[in-house]
Design a protein around this ligand. Sequence first.
Ligand code: EAX
Length: 342
Amino acid sequence: MLFKRLAFIALFVIPALLVAGCCASRGQTSLEGEAKTVFRLASMTPMEHTYNQGAVRFAQLVRERSRGRIEIAVYPNGELAKGERELLEAIQEGSIDFYVGSTGPLSGFSPSMGILDLPFLFRDYSHADQVLDGSVGNRLLTDLEKANLKGLAFWENGFRNLTNSKRAVKTPGDARGLKIRTMENKLHLAAWKAVGVQPIPMAYGELYGALQRKEIDGQENPVAVIYTGKFNEVQRYLSLTQHVYSPALLIVSPKTWLNLGKEDQDMLIKTAREVAPYQRRLGRESEEKQIAALAAAGMTVSKDIDKAAWYRVMEAAMGDFIRSFGKDQVAAIINAGEGGAR
Ligand code: EAX
């Protein structure tokens, strides 16, 4: 009798529990009948922005390469959190699987990443590509793992530019006294303080509303963010300062990562890196058109910016940061690629 009961449990109850367990986490089946896992990828920017265009391409390739086993659902526009710091915390916990966003908030998690935020560090896009796709980028990704975040590939946010609602800004002096939202990043705060503005760190999801209610005068972001975020509706002046090159990262939660087999992990890294040039190109190729569209929509665009003057002012506040990153590390970035020192 006892044997019969045990046999019943072994034959029917245990498999039923296993199946239930399997389907609670996986839910659906792929085209080929295998269990399908749906991951959530989140960003702060609208669907039209390059992050999500890159994410859609990434999801499509991953679906094909996993033969439908791995589905990635894209949640744009801060649907899952009010800012990038909050998204990264969710990634650490494992409640969101993938993040595409700026490296700006990452120095709060992994201090070495902050080196990329130094003003006027990168000469141009090809300089950024060489550094991020080379040994410096790899070292920063290894450090990031210690912060419980797994970076798959450097994508791109872009060169950041100042916008405001008060006046045309060409020189650092023109910006004095303005209330400017910055990312939640100590280095950015120090650089803007040196300019003489009132820097206000704020989550990206709160930015448009704060500008609309005129609680702050301005903000700074790459053209693609300004354009897709429709900041022209709440900002009159765009200054092409290009003061900081802002990389982006595609990051996966370690919890998600450790549940994947080696083959899927390799495929995800390879695919993330393959999409990088496509995602970067989208922003680079649309920049001029979007500046023209912003001007047509009523923004006054200041193009003739004396970057050396901005560099001098911001650089004066960078001493402690440069020492903490290591002067040699900063020099290695400056000297990377053709052209050598700035
Ligand atoms: O990642 O917070 C920011 O200003 C970022 O540049 C933006 O969300 C895109």
